[in-house]
Design a protein around this ligand. Structure first.
Ligand code: ADP
Ligand code: ZN
Ligand code: ZN
Length: 686
């Protein structure tokens, strides 16, 4: 174990990056403290938590009067060198302080304990009989493709870092079984396994499948839905090596696991692996880095891989293992496009067309056959906006540049960006007209309309509004699984990895929105969502032949839909990558976004413009674009602007950012009204 200079201890603390670029401050300690030891140190007038770090070899001699470490949590085994390397890499890459990141990813409860309290906890945990030993369920015979994938995985050379493996398996091809076997193999070799999933609450089935498969082994979960005490306990169990399996969301990529031997990232393309505040890290990318450094396998699974991962396969940097068949040999659902242009326009008095007649008919047939249908509409609430026909008033949010959504059930107008909510006015607040009307349709309205169109059907709804109460999601999913629902309306939540066995029809009611979005990733996301949604139909092989995915569209000839019809991810990805290459977008270019929040748009713009002058674009090899407002320019009374930096070279971009960002706080005072700035490396949306 490397110790710092005797007497002097570098400690990573939560200082903002501009106080100490490395985030490390020096202290003294009467006894030597190993790197990775949790401590409390005086900073200004307070005691703050910190982590003993390696001495920075380049650091200058510390000033004479160092303060002393106030307290060390010696009962806790120090965080290991691998963990510290991960944090150090992530801090440097995402341009944050080491201490800031390190402390942000540890369970908050940890800092509330003193050494005695912690020692008591650890003793209790050590005495715990964790998991009940039992008989594992009989293993299913592997499909040919599963067996081939596992054989290829086993043949990946070890020793030097094995290449990341992309498990490209269509929905229903049995990717989970591959994860389970790979995990069993890691456990048999005495390792721990880490499984990252986008949103644990949406797929409770996955956790129970892992728990059933490994009786006698301790499985813990790490996600934001845990109580602070649970999160601490699970984290400690992983850190102490008691837990063999950690199943978690993006924050779990930072779990301390001394025997880690395998990382799985399920649905690796999912945007929720990217943290959207603070250190905006990508858990998928960090998982790849972590595995590479430790020389262990990492398995990225998806039916619609991110174009980043796909491009790495093309370059030979990742190994692709494909599974093109559904378990049981079931067909993929037949994709049917409904050309909305061909429907008769709703005339005077004629009702608005919700579902095209053939789609409605198809749903009726499913109901008669005792089968289920899923209707996807990616917009919650009753209607996205209320409108007054007399004076053109619309239900804008007074605090954001966004409309407030009409929620009929609780009669509110709610801003989905800042949360501002008011009772629906009885008359137009501008002119008093009583006839204010909702425009457009959200899931609430679709559910209501379906109840009229299909009076015999049991119509349920699944979205963020219906699943807010604790346990309600599980209960609703259970009702669907039990066949108590005929038609389920919902947002993209519906499309997640649910293993619905009675669903034979899935319909995207209004998918076109993303086709012409200014966000260059919108088509990639739409395609993934529709493929994922289609994958919910016909999961029971017997029903697969009848299963259908319907898409209502005004643009039936769009190439995205042509690829969807053929379930052809490869050609969709190839076409997208060509466009990205031509436009100089990721994965062929690397991006960073500097965001500024201010009282006025002028202040935000002024700050960004001055920041841009500090970069010499010609020598930096980085293109700096002019500041532009984001999609929601004003949010909760704050004006926002953003400025894009782009470079074909990741190194050049990183070098520029590292030199540039520390200068930015010096500019702050010159831009009155500037509230904060932040940088987003590899932003998902621009
Ligand atoms: P994916 O994640 O690829 O969409 P799943 O892992 O959910 O697919 O598997 C689809 C279904 O097939 C699940 O119900 C799973 O239990 C079942 N399954 C997977 N592998 C096998 C197998 N080898 N034999 C029988 N059933 C399997
Ligand atoms: Zn009005
Ligand atoms: Zn708002």
């Amino acid at each position: 174990m490397t110790l710092g200079t005797p007497g002097t201890v570098p400690v990573a603390v939560e200082t903002p990056r501009h106080t100490s670029i490395s985030g490390l401050l020096d202290y003294t300690s009467p006894q030597p403290l190993a790197p990775g030891t949790l401590v409390r140190v005086p900073l200004g007038k307070r005691d703050v938590p910190g982590l003993v770090w390696e001495a920075d070899p380049g650091a200058t001699a510390p000033p004479a009067a160092l303060r002393e470490v106030a307290m060390a949590l010696s009962a806790l085994p120090p965080l290991g060198a691998d963990w510290r390397a991960l944090v150090e890499f992530a801090a440097a890459y995402y341009q944050r302080g080491v201490g800031e990141l390190a402390l942000a990813v540890l369970p908050p409860e940890l800092r509330k304990l003193d050494d005695t309290q912690l020692a008591r906890r650890l003793k209790r945990l050590a005495a715990l009989k964790p998991a009940e030993a039992g008989t594992p369920p009989p293993l299913p015979a592997l499909s040919e493709e599963q067996a081939a994938a596992l054989a290829a995985l086993a043949a990946v050379p070890t020793g030097h870092p094995p290449p990341p493996v992309l498990l490209h398996g269509v929905t229903g091809s049995g990717k989970t079984e591959v994860y389970l076997r790979a995990a069993a193999d890691a456990l048999a070799r005495g390792h721990q396994a880490l499984v990252l999933v986008p949103e644990i609450n949406l797929t409770p089935q996955l956790e129970s499948r892992f728990a059933e498969r490994f009786p006698g082994r301790l499985l813990v979960s790490l996600h934001s839905g845990l109580t602070p005490a649970q999160r601490l306990r699970h984290w400690l169990q992983a850190h102490l090596g008691q837990a063999d399996l950690v199943l978690g969301t993006r924050l779990a990529v930072f779990a301390s696991m001394p025997r880690l031997g395998l990382i799985v990232v399920d649905e690796e393309h999912d945007p929720s692996f990217k943290q959207q505040e603070g250190a905006r890290y990508s858990a998928r990318d960090l998982a790849v880095w972590r595995a590479h450094r430790a020389g262990m396998p990492v398995l990225l699974g998806s039916a619609t891989p991110s174009l980043e991962s796909w491009q790495r396969v093309q370059e030979g940097r990742y190994l692709r293992l494909g599974m093109a068949q559904r378990i049981g040999g079931g067909a993929m659902p037949r994709v049917r496009l409904v050309d909305m242009n061909l429907l008769p326009k709703p005339g005077a008095g004629a009702p608005e067309r919700v579902l095209a007649p053939p789609l409605l008919e198809a749903i009726e047939k499913r109901i008669a056959a005792g089968e289920q249908s899923l209707l996807l509409l990616n917009r919650r609430g009753y209607a996205p906006v209320l409108h007054c026909g007399a004076c053109a008033w619309k239900s804008g949010c007074p605090h954001c540049s966004a409309w407030r959504v009409f929620h009929k059930l609780d009669r509110t107008l709610k801003c989905h960006h800042c949360g501002f909510s008011e009772r629906v006015p009885r008359a137009c607040p501008e002119c008093g007209n009583l006839d204010i009307a909702p425009i457009g349709r959200g899931t609430e309205k679709l559910q209501e309309q379906l109840a009229t169109l299909l009076p015999q059907a049991r119509v349920a709804r699944l979205d963020a509004d219906t699943t807010r109460a604790a346990g309600s999601l599980q209960q609703q999913l259970a009702e669907v699984h039990a066949g108590e629902v005929d038609v389920l309306v919902g947002t993209q939540m519906l499309a997640k990895g649910h293993d619905f066995r009675r669903v034979t029809l899935v319909a995207a009611v209004n998918a076109d929105g993303a086709l012409f979005s200014s966000d260059f990733r919108a088509p990639e996301r739409l395609f993934a969502l529709l493929m994922q949604a289609a994958g919910r139909a016909g999961r029971d092989a017997e029903q697969a032949a009848r299963s259908e995915m319907w898409v209502q569209t005004w643009h039936p000839t769009h190439p995205l839909y042509a690829a969807l019809r053929k379930h052809d991810y490869d050609s969709f990805a190839a076409a997208q990558l060509e466009e990205r290459r031509a436009a100089g977008l990721p994965p062929f270019a690397h991006l960073a976004l500097l965001r500024a929040d201010a009282r006025t748009a002028e202040a935000a713009t002024g700050f960004l413009q001055e920041a841009a002058t500090l970069i010499d674009a010609t020598t930096a090899g980085v293109t700096v674009y002019p500041p532009v407002p984001p999609f929601v320019a004003k949010l909760a009374d704050v004006e926002r602007m953003q400025m894009l930096l782009e470079s074909p070279s990741r190194k050049a971009l990183q070098r520029t950012l590292a030199a540039w960002l520390p200068q930015l706080n010096g500019l702050r005072s010159r831009h009155k009204g500037l509230l904060r700035w932040a940088v987003d490396i590899d932003p998902l949306a621009i």
